[in-house]
Design a protein around this ligand. Structure first.
Ligand SMILES: Nc1ncnc2c1ncn2[C@@H]1O[C@H](COP(=O)(O)OP(=O)(O)OP(=O)(O)O)[C@@H](O)[C@H]1O
Length: 260
């Protein structure tokens, strides 16, 4: 379980995260919603070690992980993907996946010269793993394409695939559905559900698409102005007055309710 306790992140005097406390239960697909600028990505960045918090704590299974750098969190199985996918465009899709596992023998000069057999075995194993991941994500046909040439949605699938190359325990997905067409969004959703059910991944998902959230997420947490505003089932959160107000403002809220 991830436990975020009274987390603050300031940029100068501006409080992007302002005392957020929340829990992401092991085995859940937790949705994180909130209006633009609510502090969701900043919260992710602090949890995933890209930004130090101003104050507050983050714990993983009871252990303090506050401020640990991303590579240490990576070793603990905590990974994140980005709103804008981070692929290496000039490499193939398969090569992008093969880059992920750390400590490959081929990376030192000594090994390159003297342990060619070991390197070849390891490369074969990693290649097989990459091919398995591509099959799981139903994009085997893209294996040899340059990553720069695949669509935005396929890049998001590739990001998800990168988390499968290591033993991820908890994955933070930042707007995996943004700019992705419906068909691919369904494929991404299917992959997330299968990773959760079949491989025990825990997910925390930032998403604006409420249909996607409704299909996938158990608990949903709404953030506004850096604070947790409401949490519960999708229906509970969607119908929460404070949530409607945060998204629409009070005037519009009454209009929406009148039309409902
Ligand atoms: N590095 C930074 N320096 C200064 N202000 C920042 C920085 N990063 C984010 N902010 C501000 O913090 C606030 C929260 O931004 P954040 O990206 O976390 O929101 P968000 O909820 O993820 O929004 P969106 O849904 O639009 O992606 C915004 O007002 C943003 O302008």
């Amino acid at each position: 379980m991830i436990s975020v306790q009274n987390l603050h992140k300031k940029f100068g005097a501006f409080r992007a995260v302002d005392g957020a406390s929340l829990e992401i239960k092991t085995g859940s697909i937790t949705g994180l919603i909130g209006p633009n600028g609510a502090g969701k990505t900043t919260l992710f960045n602090v949890i995933a070690g890209r930004l130090p918090p101003t104050s507050g704590r983050v714990k993983m299974d009871g252990r303090d992980i506050t401020g640990l750098p991303p590579h240490e969190l990576f070793h603990k199985g905590l990974l994140r993907t980005f709103q804008i996918a981070h692929e290496f465009g000039s490499m193939t899709v398969r090569e992008n996946l093969m880059m992920v596992p750390e400590n490959q023998s081929g990376e030192t000069l000594w090994n390159t010269w003297f342990k060619r057999g070991k390197i070849a075995d390891e490369e074969r194993r990693i290649r097989n793993k990459a091919d398995e991941v591509l099959e799981f994500l139903t994009i085997s046909h893209l294996a040899d394409q340059k990553a720069a040439n695949i669509s935005g949605g396929q890049k998001k699938l590739l990001e998800l695939g990168r988390t499968m190359m290591v033993d991820a325990k908890i994955v933070f997905l930042d707007e995996v559905g943004a700019g992705v067409n419906r068909t691919l969004l369904n494929t991404i959703g299917d992959a997330i559900i299968r990773l959760n059910k079949e491989r025990g991944y825990t997910f925390c998902v930032i998403e604006h698409d409420m249909d996607f959230i409704a299909r996938l997420c158990g608990p949903v947490i709404c953030i506004a102005e850096g604070k947790v505003l409401a949490q519960g089932t999708v229906e509970e959160v969607k119908n929460d007055d404070r949530v409607i107000e945060a998204y629409l403002g009070t005037g519009l809220k009454n209009k929406v309710k009148a039309n409902a």
